[in-house]
Design a protein. Sequence first.
Length: 378
Amino acid sequence: WFADRCSPLTSFPEDSMSWFSVTSSDHLSELQALWTAKVAKDPTALRTAPQPMRDQKAVVLAAVSKDGRALRHASEALQNDKEIVLAAIRSCPDAMVCASRALREDPDFAIAAVQCNSDVLAYLSDSLRNSRRVVHAAVMQNGCALRHASAAITDDPVICLIAVQGNGSALRHSSTSVRENPDVVLAAVRQDGMQLKYASPALRKLPEMALAALSQNPEAIRGIDPELWSDWAFVKEALKIDPNCVKYAKKACPDLWEDINFVMDVVKQDRSLLEYVSDVFQQDLDVLSSVQLNGARTHSFEKDVELVGEAMHTNENTGIAADRRTVSAPAFSGIGQWKKALQLTRPLPTNPNKFVMNKLFSVGTYWSQMVNGEGVKV
């Protein structure tokens, strides 16, 4: 019965008196419910709805909530309805172009719109995209909305700072002059280290800028200025943040890694970096003796006889032991080096680990046979 009664009604001309006679009856609410359910399922159905239904707020709201572009089929009165328009732009920011001219030019409504969906900024008038109030509201919702702002606004360091604090990638949408602002760039790289590549060349050379980016994201290493890798202090701090950047650091500035003082400082900071220094330094007693052991067994030091004494002092039960391969290294080419190594064992602990002492004695005995008969008492 309902379908039979409603179907012919929907085909009446919009200005038909028959329609108005029916809409004033009890069937209006039934028709509204029918069209509300229909457009909620298929928003494009609003295009074929009778004009009185396109003027029904409940019907239009159901359509635009599903697809904001349905706003173009709403009546002019509802295209000027703030609730309807906000519901439309929430799902589809370009629906803003279907709103009434009065709403599109209203600064207060524009602020409400960008707070609802920051991408709406792209569909506002030039004057509103040049409004600090409107753009501020947009970047507070999403920093990347800065890309829709006018050129004058993207040159505003205050607005840009707010944008990058919310989304570091907004830095790429700022002006060239803003990318030279250390406060803005530092805020950006702290939020997203990868944005270092968008900073001005001068700021990319600043150690604090590069370290902030590296701390946020190790991948930011690609944006660090190559000249920084020749800075002793910077490299040390970078290795503290991420020891894995050692390979990049060596490749960028190999000369620095030929400085024995630098190498000693680095391996003292992180003994795991010893394997990345040259073979000559790996066999240098000054370098090796700068490494602080904690008594833990690591493969890197099992062959370093000069570290046994220090290990014993640190932990009498240590399992670190030297072997004969150590004494064939260039570091032990003279009796002086061997004596220097053994000095680390004096004074000996009261109850040294027997295994360690036996190994130390056997290595000393073997080495004494290797250097022109000169012996060393252990």
